[in-house]
Design a protein around this ligand. Structure first.
Ligand code: NDP
Length: 500
């Protein structure tokens, strides 16, 4: 298994794939309790290339017990902030040393272009772990001057502490498998929590390899557990487990609601990073070629399987035809191919299921009167390819305009004035992100507060930064990952009042 699609793998990737894959529980590599396994499919060929354990509720039980033990006793609680910082830095160094291997695993498992995996997923993951390592020594409380009314003769002293929230369950999606794992693992471990990570069934490999590196970095047994398995078994058992104190979820709004409800039964702290239908708003001062290149990046990056994908394009009517023509030209010229091939610009979607979902949307658009200015069909061969697609002649009530497609499909519409565009941009249950394209500072600044979204980009889209809080308004989620806010998700404030 050294070559895929004619491309020779890095020796580290080949060696990893040659091993029998097991899950990490309590520092041991184990089979699923049931003995069952799941195939891992290469979406460029739709063929299985390895298997992972199909963990279920029994394995979640074991993992929660291991994480609980590691949280309460043994070496981990004695790790000082500086020790936690050092371990994260070591993990980042190891990830950097194995960067190509991780990029190839993501390309094979998810289908994404290997260059994107290397320079976005893996590069951001390394930086993010280093950024979070710095926070381990900067978790602070405050001191307060108190004014206790009844006991005026005594002095009081108040202070707050931020303590690790406890055992964390993380359920992650398949679109950025490593990065989404790291977005949860790094702040949780910086804060002193222990955790159980459940990767998506379609993309389990980088999480397992990350588990290997965590042991190599020196994390004590049980601090990071990785349980592979299905969402409705392993994932649901994790979300509903009374032994965890926090659940961090990224995925669809539908499953996010199920996870949130299950968590609430036990008052488990919950953060949800969910779907989106993000608008790309092009004002009338922008050069059409610049707008088209930006819009293409906004929707076609990662085959459109991005929660912040710019899937609704609104262009001022004076530029609409020119932007659509240029965007369609870019879409038609993109090179489809297996993610592992460095020449590929658009890889396959993650699975046949996702390809089917996306094509159902495209067909529903056609049935409701939309027209493809580019694409509109699957790619050639057995892989899960969908052509980059630009739909025009759409109306606000069509499913392709209202629902998250999660594929390389953008709906383009003209608009007349800036007041109208704010209303249309917000006419969605989602509120994850938006981009505004213009160099007219006054109009941009007036538009920013009107847009109901967790992130607003100006003259760019899909720029993710470690220091910036990331999350959604409305049905796009609860809580903010990244930046200082991430630490708040994994710590619990405690107020201390002392009578002196
Ligand atoms: P899901 O929301 O189903 O999957 C996300 C994670 O949740 C996976 O690990 C999944 O496991 C797990 N999961 C599934 N069901 C449950 C459950 N009942 N309890 C606990 N965990 C569960 O996304 P899909 O993969 O099904 O994709 C469907 C749609 O979701 C996409 O088309 C897209 O619209 C959206 N999506 C949004 C993402 C985002 O970043 N906001 C990311 C991925 C998808 P398993 O993999 O085994 O199903």
């Amino acid at each position: 298994m050294n070559r895929f699609h004619g491309i020779e793998l890095n020796p580290g990737t080949a060696a990893f794939l040659a091993r029998t894959q097991r899950m990490l529980i309590g520092g041991e590599w184990v089979e699923a309790s049931s003995g069952a396994s799941l195939p891992v499919i290469d979406p460029a060929s739709n063929e299985a290339f390895c298997h992972v354990p199909a963990g279920d509720a029994a394995d979640i039980e074991r993992a929660v017990a291991a994480a609980r033990q590691a949280f309460e006793s043994g070496e981990w609680p004695r790790h000082r902030p500086v020790d936690r910082e050092r371990l994260l830095l070591r993990l980042a160094d190891l990830l950097e040393a194995h960067a190509q291997e991780f990029a190839e695993l993501e390309a094979l498992d998810n289908g994404k272009p290997v260059m994107v995996a290397r320079h976005v997923d893996v590069a951001l993951s390394i930086d993010f772990i280093r950024y979070m390592a710095g926070w381990a020594t900067k978790i602070e409380g405050h001191t307060m001057e108190l004014s206790v009314p009844l006991v005026r003769e005594r002095e009081f002293f108040g202070f707050t502490r931020r303590e690790p929230v406890g055992v964390v369950g993380a359920i992650i999606p398949w679109n950025f498998p490593l990065l989404m794992a790291v977005w949860k693992v790094a702040p949780a471990l910086a804060a002193g929590c222990t955790m159980i990570l459940k990767p998506a069934e379609d993309t389990p490999l980088s999480a397992l390899r990350l588990g290997e590196l965590a042991l190599e970095a020196g994390y004590p047994a049980g601090v990071l557990n990785v349980v592979t398995g299905l969402g409705h078994t392993a994932g649901a058992a994790l979300a509903a487990h009374p032994g965890i104190q926090k659940i961090a979820f990224t995925g669809s709004t539908e499953v996010g609601k199920l996870v949130g409800k299950a968590a609430m039964e036990n008052m488990t702290r919950v953060s949800l990073e969910l779907g989106g239908k993000s608008p790309v708003i092009v004002l009338d001062d922008v050069d059409p070629a610049t707008a088209a290149a930006g819009a293409a990046q906004a929707i076609f990056f990662n085959q459109g399987q991005v929660c912040t994908a710019g899937s609704r394009l609104y262009v001022h009517k004076s530029r609409f035809d020119a932007v659509v023509e240029a965007l369609s030209g870019i879409a038609a010229g993109m090179r489809l191919g297996p993610g592992i091939d460095p020449a590929t610009q658009i890889g396959p979607l993650v699975s046949k299921v996702q390809q089917g979902r996306v094509m159902d949307y495209v067909k529903s658009g056609f049935a409701e009167g939309a027209r493809a200015a580019a694409g509109g069909a699957v790619g050639e061969g057995p892989g899960c390819f969908v052509q980059p697609t630009v739909l025009v002649d759409v109306r606000e009530d069509m499913r392709v305009v209202r629902e998250e497609i999660f594929g390389p499909v953008v709906v383009a519409q003209p608009f007349d004035d800036v007041e109208e565009i704010a209303r249309r941009a917000n006419d969605t249950p989602y509120g994850l992100a938006a981009s505004i394209w213009s160099n007219d500072l006054s109009r941009v600044h007036r538009l920013i507060p009107k847009i109901k979204a967790g992130t607003v980009w100006v003259n760019c889209h899909n720029i993710i930064e470690n220091v910036m809080p990331f999350g959604g308004f409305k049905q796009s989620g609860i809580g903010r990952e990244a930046g200082r806010s991430a630490l708040e998700l994994y710590t619990e404030p405690k107020s201390v009042i002392m009578m002196l």
